[in-house]
Design a protein around this ligand. Structure first.
Ligand SMILES: Cc1cc2nc3c(=O)[nH]c(=O)nc-3n(C[C@H](O)[C@H](O)[C@H](O)COP(=O)(O)OP(=O)(O)OC[C@H]3O[C@@H](n4cnc5c(N)ncnc54)[C@H](O)[C@@H]3O)c2cc1C
Length: 474
């Protein structure tokens, strides 16, 4: 890793934040011959590699394996029998940290290979072309640039009535347990809360999810989330839907909640747990480093950007979570790559046809493009067709025939405008879904493509065939 030693540095591009947005922008910029400095205050790889996507998927995988082992300790239709399994949390954490270490180390190597200068320290804005960086154990470094790219990401949102500390933890602490709590309360039924809640349940904790709205994953339509709700209940996760959090109990050992469904004032009750995971969303990291002095146009708490990720100030760009929803690593990366190309003089715009979103719940959920309600809202007359995994051979051999693939296509010309799926391992179908939208596929294109047998992907072809009125296997 190259470190800047001198106290004043000039560069063409200065990137604040080494998460997926910032480091991808740096690599692409360096490939295009743009002199680039990247400042990172915590760890390269950002939220995604260190405390987000990657460690959460590692924990989810381990939980699944443990759950399978427990399943085999009982009676299994597969005839597999094992003795009762046990879990060594410390070993699990070492394995997870090893993956994180390999990936973040890889980012450092890539940046070095491309000649990006990495400065370790927290950046503070001086003006639109200058930042000063507090470097640990050294003089502050002043960096001047032609282009400033803000990729400072996001932090976990806090509930004012339930601040972090003691039993109350965020996803960051939930991803690094020293032991599995006996009872975990998860506040928030969005994807982070449900992914972690499911993992903890499979690792042996009793789990109760408290969600203010009347269903889990409220960002998606009810047809899509119903199999997730059913699977959570089957797994033994208690769902307190339509309940809002009032604050901690007097003894600090739980939370007070109010049901919206009861009488006008709602009925209050208390729930106890050894850990209380608050997963109610993420906040753009726009405070605490004098960013406000630039007086950029904002969109709520996020920096307002146009379809080229330009902010309201010339040559100041913003990408990823700091620029608001959807807060997804692949969006940050795609924007970072684009900004580097724009600075290099290429003509680009950020207008993707597909922005896949995946929930790694059990079953998994994938949403790409327009759902039926969104298509209706957009005034489109659409055909919606669904193919259930119950009629898919591969799903049966995976002991997992819950869920379906759904396609949304324009009635007039059969252009596909959306794909959704819920089921085991459907995250891998997101590639086919995104490619079909980006390439402007019509129902006939997907229906006429030979899909390998036996695969879950056959359900994709069958959904298209069904939309055309001639599904073969249902
Ligand atoms: C538990 C969890 C699970 C997730 N799972 C998924 C998933 O499965 N798929 C998905 O797409 N997304 C997922 N996300 C979201 C994903 O992590 C973010 O969308 C992504 O990391 C955003 O990238 P970014 O580059 O914008 O910001 P970040 O990854 O947040 O990186 C920003 C970086 O900037 C640094 N920084 C900030 N301010 C300064 C400063 N002043 N000076 C120096 N450095 C600074 C920070 O230290 C940080 O490293 C998950 C998030 C969480 C919390």
């Amino acid at each position: 890793m190259s470190a800047v030693q001198n106290a004043s540095v000039q560069t063409r591009l200065l990137i604040v934040g080494g998460g997926p947005g910032g480091y991808v922008a740096a690599i692409r910029a360096a490939q295009l011959g743009i002199q680039t400095v990247l400042v990172e205050g915590a760890a390269l790889g950002g939220t995604c590699l260190n405390i987000g996507c990657i460690p959460s998927k590692a924990l989810i995988h381990a939980a699944e394996e443990f759950d399978h082992a427990q399943h085999y300790a009982g009676s299994s239709p597969l005839g597999i029998k094992v003795q009762s399994p046990s879990l060594d949390v410390a070993t699990l954490m070492t394995w997870k940290d090893g993956i994180v270490g390999r990936l973040t180390g890889g980012v450092g190597t890539l940046l070095k290979k491309h000649g990006v200068q990495v400065v370790r320290g927290w950046a503070r804005i001086v003006d639109g072309k200058t930042v000063s960086v507090e470097v640990e154990g050294g003089e502050p470094v002043r960096i001047q640039c032609e282009h400033l790219l803000i990729a400072s990401g996001s932090t976990t949102a806090e509930l004012p009535m339930l601040p972090y500390g003691g039993r109350v933890i965020s996803s960051t602490e939930a991803l690094a347990p020293t032991e599995i709590p006996k009872r975990l309360i998860v506040v928030g039924g969005g994807y982070i809360g449900l992914e972690l809640g499911t993992a903890y349940r499979k690792l042996g904790a009793e789990v109760v999810v408290v969600e203010a709205l009347d269903r889990v994953l409220p960002a998606y339509d009810a047809e899509l989330t119903k199999p997730v709700d059913a699977a959570l209940r089957k797994l033994g996760v208690e769902l307190l839907l339509g309940h809002s959090v009032l604050g901690p109990t007097a003894d600090g050992e739980g939370i007070r909640v109010r049901s919206a469904a009861e009488n006008e004032d709602g009925r209050e009750s208390e729930i106890r747990g050894d850990r209380i995971l608050v997963a109610v969303g993420r906040r753009p990291r726009t405070e605490g480093w004098n960013l406000e002095s630039l007086r950029l146009d904002m969109n709520g708490r996020a920096i307002r950007i146009d379809d080229q990720c330009r902010t309201s100030m010339r040559n100041v760009w913003a990408i990823g979570d700091v620029a608001g929803e959807p807060m997804l690593a692949h969006r940050a990366m795609a924007q970072g790559e684009m900004v580097a190309e724009l600075i290099a003089g290429k003509e680009r715009r950020f207008i993707p046809a597909a922005m896949p979103a995946v929930c790694f719940t059990d079953p998994e959920v994938v949403v790409v493009g327009l759902t039926p309600p969104l298509a209706r809202q957009a005034g489109l007359d659409c055909i919606v067709a669904l193919f259930p995994f119950a009629a898919n051979g591969r799903a049966m051999t995976l002991e997992s025939s819950d869920g379906f693939v759904r396609v949304v296509a324009r009635r007039d010309n059969h252009l596909i405008v959306g794909w959704q799926a819920v089921g085991r391992a459907v995250s891998e179908l997101s590639t086919a879904f995104s490619q079909s939208l980006e390439m402007g596929a019509r129902l006939e294109d997907v229906a006429g493509t030979i899909h390998a047998h036996p695969t879950l992907g056959e359900a994709v072809q069958e959904a298209a065939l069904r939309a055309l009125g001639h599904a073969l296997h249902i």
